[in-house]
Design a protein around this ligand. Structure first.
Ligand SMILES: [Zn+2]
Length: 475
């Protein structure tokens, strides 16, 4: 009895260990190997890795009402009427939404800081604060007329995951940090994942931002200054983080595709993120009157573009992998009159894959086709510009394992999948081991007002995130 009392006392003063032994499968590490556990076992005379509170994982509780209320409230910081959401970088509504997120972080007891591009960090210090923290987060900016869940679930859900762990009595070993990334969407300055690219130390980006303007001709630095962020390149460079700054990064996000909903699965465990390359192409022909210039005498820049668009499809299909995709999302003809042969054409091509080598072959083939088409049709290839060519990222095996066992312990159906859209995680992977958790969303809709994720699915995602963070924190 006495021994049991001492043991209970030990459990109370060692809440982390209490948590640890409450989740027999919480770590892939064997409990018996943990020196603190060993000491406790020696002292108490009991094997402490037995589940003393077998229901503890299921007793983890998400405050559904608060979370839904916060999602709804955040959606009101919008430049377009509900149900649509429009929140553009450094706009008045963006600044108000940022304030809202910082307040929530403070209410959860996190210490809040911001960097010079406006990435917001909320830290919960662990009991070994010198270790690299585990981080989680996403974005809250929203493209024009989009919905209220993309990104938001991974920010408000992350803050709630911290609340879940706090209510549970968990004490993190590694500190846990929630990050709200600046401008994941490229809306204002044409650069996606601005905040996470900078965290990953993109020097070329810092330089190019000096010349970057939005469609109102407002410079990046003018916009940043107006929201109280960076004044110059030097301040922006202070955003960079060293590799190893985090021991792990995990992002919770709606799937933005239909797979989980169609298959009735609660949790998607992302094993890889496909990376996009963007290409801009300009052709120039002779133009002329649609009636007067006979067919054999034409140098139609529009047909060159059309032919290249079909070549993009062909080259993506030729790769032999379902993971290779190619899209011509923009095709402009000049002068754009029914009775005028297009003298100029402009295409923007997006091609993606989870295999960088395979994707780069597609880019090379597209380039070759553009050259051939230009020669064959007697049109000039004015420009073939690879705007960006980001490498894909693989999730870290140990994080995948943590997400899987968290889902199992929570009795949630789950499957491994690929993220075909990219996220801040793609760039965080450059400086930290990375993983992503997907939850289903209605019909896979995203980037439109109909975007929807049920509070039950969000709750499941928050629980898996909380448990995954707990595991990684003890690791
Ligand atoms: Zn997103």
């Amino acid at each position: 009895m006495m021994v049991q009392r001492i043991y209970l006392l030990l459990l109370l003063v060692h809440l982390p260990l209490f948590f640890f032994c409450g989740f027999p499968a919480i770590l892939s590490l064997s409990d018996a190997e943990d020196p603190a556990t060993k000491t406790m076992e020696d002292f108490s005379g009991y094997p402490i890795h037995e589940p003393h509170f077998p229901n503890s994982v299921s007793s983890m509780s998400v405050d559904i009402h608060s979370l839904q209320k916060q999602i709804d409230e955040l959606s009101t910081f919008s430049d377009t009427p509900a149900p649509s959401v429009t929140r553009i970088l450094y706009s008045e509504k963006d600044v108000l939404a940022r304030r809202y997120v910082k307040n929530l972080m403070r209410l959860s007891g996190l210490s809040v800081r911001e960097d010079f591009v406006g990435n917001i960090f909320g830290l919960w210090e662990g009991y070994e604060p010198e270790l690299a923290p585990v981080s989680t987060g996403s974005h809250i900016d929203a493209i024009p007329y989009s919905g209220k869940y993309d990104g938001v679930v991974g920010v408000l859900g992350a803050i709630e995951a911290i609340n879940v762990l706090k209510r549970f009595g968990f004490k993190p070993r590694r500190s846990l940090e929630v990050i709200m990334f600046t401008s994941e969407e490229p809306t204002r300055f044409g650069i996606s994942c601005l905040g996470s690219r900078l965290l990953a130390g993109d020097e070329a980006l810092v330089k190019s931002l000096d010349r970057t303007v939005d469609n109102q001709n407002v410079t990046f630095f003018h916009a940043a200054r107006s929201a109280d962020y960076a004044n110059d390149q030097e301040e922006l460079s202070s955003v960079f983080l060293k590799e190893g700054s985090y021991s792990a990064f995990v992002e919770l996000h709606i799937e933005q595709g239909p797979i989980l909903e169609e298959e009735g699965i609660s949790i998607g465990i992302v094993t890889a993120i496909a990376a996009p390359a963007s290409i801009k192409v300009d052709f120039e022909g002779n133009g002329g009157h649609a009636g007067a210039v006979l067919m054999p005498n034409r140098n139609d820049a529009g047909l060159a573009a059309a032919e290249l668009a079909l070549a993009v499809e062909k080259h993506a299909l030729e790769s032999g992998s379902i993971d290779t995709v190619g899209t011509v999302g923009i095709l402009n003809l000049h002068p754009g009159a029914i009775n005028s042969i297009p003298s100029k054409s402009h295409l923007e091509i997006d091609t993606r894959d989870i295999d960088e080598y395979r994707r780069n072959i597609v880019i090379e083939k597209i380039h070759q086709s553009a050259l051939n088409i230009s020669q064959k049709r007697g049109v000039k290839l004015l420009d073939f510009k690879i705007v960006n060519q980001d490498p894909p990222a693989l999730s870290e095996k140990s994080i995948v394992k943590a997400m899987e066992s968290a889902s199992q312990e929570l009795n949630l159906t789950h499957k491994k999948m690929i993220s075909r859209a990219y996220h801040d995680s793609l760039f965080m992977a450059r400086i930290s081991p990375m993983g992503m958790i997907f939850i289903p969303c209605y019909k896979g809709y995203s980037h439109k007002p109909e975007e929807f994720a049920s509070i039950e699915d969000i709750t499941n995602g928050v629980k898996v995130l909380a448990l995954t963070l707990a595991k990684l924190s003890l690791h």
